[in-house]
Write a protein that binds this ligand. Structure first.
Ligand SMILES: [Zn+2]
Length: 190
């Protein structure tokens, strides 16, 4: 069994506001007792679980005490699910699905190419579009949605290592502290 992570990514925070929002959410999580204020150099998370870590997880999952902590990411980041790749990307304009794998699970390299190019450009510059193969709109890379929520492109993420499933209340708590920004949960394992 490997180590797994769940990362709450803010899709709206700009590079400028990310540090302020990161501090606000961390303060809240410490105040709630969900994580500890002090930073450690622990390999999986430098804010370890606090005395009330169970306030973050679904009631039925509280028997699985988290073993590792929280890493806060600020700055332009390609958040991704680690092992594997998404099978499709969905256009937010027309809701058509761009297939990235065939039914036989063969990678469609020609379909990947514009996304891969856009990812490099977005990482370098903070902006990149991918033309939708269905409606031809130039869609900003961060606006696409992915199978398994595999990718998220943003400037702020809260990465929890080896924690159980989060509760709806916890997601709302974070969203509230982020001024109602859109968030997505990227999960995966090493
Ligand atoms: Zn489209």
């Amino acid at each position: 069994m490997g180590d797994h992570f769940r990362t709450v990514v803010d899709l709206d925070a700009t590079a400028t506001e990310a540090p302020r929002l990161a501090a606000r959410v961390l303060d809240l999580l410490v105040h709630e007792g969900i994580v500890r204020a002090e930073r450690t150099d622990a390999p999986f998370g430098n804010h370890l679980p606090g005395p009330h870590w169970d306030r973050a997880v679904s009631p039925e999952d509280t028997r699985w005490e988290p073993t590792d902590g929280l890493v806060v990411h600020t700055g332009r980041t390609v958040f991704h699910g680690g092992q594997g790749e998404p099978e499709w990307a969905r256009c937010p304009r027309c809701a058509a699905t761009a297939r990235l794998y065939t039914d036989d699970y063969d990678r469609i390299d020609t379909a990947w190419e514009p996304f891969g190019t856009a990812m490099d450009l977005w990482y370098a510059t903070g902006a990149a579009d991918v033309p939708c193969p269905a409606c031809a709109a130039a869609v900003p890379l961060p606006d696409w949605t992915w199978s398994y929520d595999y990718f998220a492109f943003g400037h702020l993420g809260f990465e929890f290592w080896n924690w159980p499933e989060f509760s709806t209340r916890f997601r709302s708590l974070i969203t509230g502290a982020l001024d109602g920004h859109r968030t997505v949960l990227v999960r995966g394992k090493l």
